[in-house]
Design a protein around this ligand. Sequence first.
Ligand code: DHK
Length: 147
Amino acid sequence: MTKPIYVLNGPNLNRLGRREPEIYGTTSLAEVEELCRATAGERELVFRQTNSEERLIDWVHEAIDEAAGIVINPAAFTFTSLALLDALKMFPGPIIEYHISNVHRREQIYHRSYVSMTATAVMAGLGASGYPIAVSALIRLVERGER
Ligand code: DHK
């Protein structure tokens, strides 16, 4: 049985489309989910969002046993959570760290990512419509067995 891919989203992304549209655009998270599912096609895709650090870590633990790969937009937890980094380090498959905005062009507080210390790849600045690009890149990494 082919394992699903997980697309996990962190805090405040539930307000995507209405939140700082000049930075994050007007596409909603539900629309992002549709784009990701269309790209995944036959492959099963788990798409989730939480404002809770504990829940995000629990989903990474679940993914360790259940998932082939992870696309994760940890949002603010990217720059604060060693616990999330430690959880992702245990994941055996490829991980793509995704940011809607180009965090490196923003304030200093958004420049040092803990997640990048274990992610296979990092994508930033392609907007909400970049998520399906991350999904297709992840599927290729999974098929090539890369971590
Ligand atoms: C989303 C957030 O919520 C911010 O905390 C990050 C990221 C950027 C994004 O661009 O998707 O800095």
